[in-house]
Design a protein around this ligand. Structure first.
Ligand code: NAD
Ligand code: ZN
Length: 357
């Protein structure tokens, strides 16, 4: 199989955090001869828009994104070229693959050997320090792209590659057990609505925390047993504890993009409970009483995306229909408006960009 690869493409380019996003029609496409060994070129069909892309676009994290930047890290497409002298490629031209946040890791360092590929010192991050999927073509890496199960349609698969993978891994390492309560601040967003589904698939009972009628409806339909609107509830700690047997949840997976979703989590957790920190506000501090963290035997863990195996597992669960991305399709040219809606907290579930148009 061979593909005609154009020299230029449409891409959404961030030049600086205070300039508007530019939709360029003449962005260069890397030619096959210019691909390094191990690199592949993916023609995108679909890509989700994650709140991380908004952080990168606004440059509001303590580590800076490159500029100019093509964002995006929930991409699905077909491999159209592979660099010469790539030995032992696990994928071939024509394969449908996903591009996740972790575009590349060395696979040889201590972190990679321990399955913490995302913490590799040589990590390349799609849409952050290498160009990502908000373009018709993206360069990625044969050993890190993720094969997409045949039964999963591309638009439905895209957001599993970050949102799904991330909450799947956070739940996997949370120590929550069948029948336990899990609180999900951020439940109506991209990560949160998938966390509801992976959690219920694990036999957990879900308390969704977010705001507004639309997100309440979504969370409840997806299996949340209880709902708390954080904007309408005066005493969150009391309300959360009351909702979970009067004792609080065994676990909280925080996927809110601001510090506010974290405050009180240690206070409302049940003794012996675990706080999984997932949402990435750039400058907030986690306020936890040392006394009660110790006295209540609380565990606090950071959980950062996932490795190749987590991605495969998260996709398999989605392919079996146990986690479905609730998405609205838009076009790449709508990206600015998508960011605005996300900033205002108006996106219930995910926006996915249809790149085939
Ligand atoms: P999103 O905007 O789709 O969802 C965030 C949700 O949090 C929204 O529904 C919002 O209403 C809700 N929220 C805000 N404040 C809240 C509060 N005080 N209590 C409860 N809910 C609150 O964003 P997303 O794409 O799901 O990403 C969420 C965060 O996770 C971002 O910071 C993103 O960068 C981060 N993220 C982390 C990882 C990781 O590896 N740890 C991976 C992907 C994304
Ligand atoms: Zn993401």
């Amino acid at each position: 199989m061979s593909y005609n690869i154009p020299k230029t493409q449409i891409a959404a380019v961030v030049t600086s955090s205070d300039a508007p996003i530019e939709i360029r029609a003449d962005h260069p496409v890397k030619a096959q001869v210019d691909l390094a060994p191990g690199e592949c070129l993916v023609k995108l069909v679909s890509t989700g828009v994650c709140h991380t892309d908004l952080h990168a676009r606004n440059n509001d994290w303590p580590i800076p994104a490159k500029t100019p930047l093509v964002g995006g890290h929930e991409g699905v497409g077909h491999i159209v070229a592979i660099g010469d002298n790539t030995p032992d490629s696990p994928v071939k031209i024509g394969d449908r693959v996903g591009i996740k946040w972790l575009a590349y890791s060395c696979l040889d360092c201590e972190q990679c050997r321990n399955g913490l590929e995302q913490n590799c010192p040589k990590a390349k991050l799609s849409g952050f320090n290498v160009d990502g999927t908000f373009a018709q073509y993206a360069v990625s890496y044969v050993h890190h792209v993720t094969p997409i199960p045949d039964s999963l349609e591309s638009n439905a698969a895209a957001s599993i590659l970050c949102a799904g993978l991330t909450v799947y891994r956070a739940l996997k390492y949370s120590d929550a057990k069948i029948g336990n309560w899990v609180a999900l601040p951020g439940a109506g967003g991209g990560l949160g609505h998938l966390a509801i589904q992976y959690a219920t698939a694990m036999g957990l009972r879900v308390l969704a925390i977010d705001t507004g009628a639309e997100k309440k409806k979504l969370c409840t339909e997806l299996g949340a047993e209880k709902w708390i609107d954080f904007k309408e509830t005066k005493d969150i700690v009391k309300a959360v504890q009351e909702a979970c047997d009067g004792l609080g949840p065994h676990c909280a997976i925080v996927t809110a993009a601001s510090g506010s979703g974290y405050s009180q989590a240690v206070d409302y957790l049940r003794s012996g409970g675990t706080l999984m920190a997932v949402g990435l506000p750039g400058d907030a501090k986690l306020e936890a009483s040392i006394f009660f963290t110790v006295f209540k035997s609380i565990t606090i863990k950071g959980s950062y995306v996932g490795n190749r195996q987590d991605a495969i597992e998260a996709l398999e669960i989605a392919a079996r229909g146990q986690a479905k991305v609730h998405y609205e399709l838009q076009a790449l040219s709508d990206l600015k408006g998508v960011y605005e809606a996300m900033e205002e907290g108006k996106v219930a579930g995910r926006i996915v960009l249809d790149m085939s148009k």
